[in-house]
Design a protein around this ligand. Structure first.
Ligand SMILES: C[S@@+](CC[C@H](N)C(=O)[O-])C[C@H]1O[C@@H](n2cnc3c(N)ncnc32)[C@H](O)[C@@H]1O
Length: 296
């Protein structure tokens, strides 16, 4: 499966003039896509590099759809303003919210506009530079891996993640445990990932993306690797049941699983996400989890 967020390296052609020496440019590097195992360290290293190298292209390609200060849960365009998965927007005022894998902090900017106190955390330095470029009024930025959160226990009221970190980590349970640790008892964590069913289909927006081509039960990660076999991008597949078990193993209670339907207003494609496929099969799964008071 091709990554939903994969952006091919820029190929802007450079013209040579007769006055310039003609230099043979190396062929742009095309990583090999494969399915193979990839552990926690390899996945984290590969993804930090990938997001640093591709953040500029990613923000150019998707920044308009995401909006500088909207909270969009995925390519369907489900907006937190209407979904209220973190609770009614008027109740966010004064709440400490941790956004995991925040990218350019679009969601945190929306949270700040509601009066919340967001902390936008991301692994990629370049993604956070885009957050700085767009603006960080009312937002704290933190560069860290979601697997080792640099916060004391119980300091956040809420946590959220729109496709940040969880699709990319080899073992989601330690990340979920970390998020639970930094939430106060009664706190809520809402996160979105690629809907697991998508892994059974070719990651193509057209009709070729409608026929099952792989086993849904094959958990082997999707890896892009360089000539030396080093991973340069990794995504990890969990079945729906795996995701539920991960949430429970981390000590959360799952209170909802949202599968956004493709809305009629959205005619935009995003990688393998398209109106054609979105009207037939789910593309995003959103997990709403609570750290119960009694678990304090
Ligand atoms: C698809 S973006 C999500 C950001 C934003 N919601 C968006 O839609 O653009 C995924 C983000 O997760 C970050 N990420 C990946 N693995 C991570 C990890 N282990 N810890 C923290 N952030 C991570 C990437 O750097 C990237 O910015």
């Amino acid at each position: 499966m091709r990554s939903p967020f994969r952006v091919l390296p820029g190929r802007a052609g450079r013209k040579s003039t007769t006055r310039e020496p003609i230099i043979q440019e190396p062929e742009p590097f095309e990583p090999e896509a494969t399915r193979r195992t990839a552990g926690a360290t390899e996945s984290s290293h590969a993804n930090r590099g990938w997001w640093d190298r591709n953040a500029d292209d990613y923000q150019v390609e998707h920044g308009t759809f995401l909006g500088d200060d909207r909270f969009v849960w995925g390519p369907e365009g489900l907006d937190e303003t209407e979904a209220e998965l973190l609770g009614p927007p008027e109740e966010l005022k004064g709440k400490g919210v941790l956004e995991i894998g925040a990218g350019a902090a679009q969601c945190s900017r929306w949270l700040a506009a509601q009066g919340a106190r967001p902390v936008a955390l991301d692994l990629s330095h370049r993604q956070l530079q885009h957050a700085l470029r767009i603006g960080t009024q009312g937002i704290a930025l933190v560069e860290a891996d979601a697997g080792a959160l640099p916060f004391r226990d119980g300091v956040f009221d809420l946590a959220c993640s729109a496709y940040g970190a969880l699709p990319f980590v080899a073992d989601p349970v330690p990340v979920l445990r970390e998020v639970r640790r930094v939430l106060r008892p009664g706190g809520r964590f809402v996160f979105s990932v690629t809907h697991p069913i998508r892994w059974a289909f070719p990651d193509e927006p057209g009709p070729e993306g409608l026929s099952v081509a792989a086993s849904y039960f094959d958990r082997t990660p999707y890896v892009e690797q360089d000539e030396a076999g080093r991973a340069v991008y990794v995504e990890h597949h969990r079945t729906l049941g795996d995701r539920v078990r991960d949430v429970v193993a981390a000590g959360f209670r799952l209170v909802d699983l949202v599968e956004p339907e493709w809305p009629s207003w959205n005619s935009q494609e995003w990688g393998g996400w398209s109106p054609l496929r979105g009207n037939l099969i789910p593309g995003t799964a959103i997990f709403v989890c609570v750290r119960d008071e009694r678990d304090a």
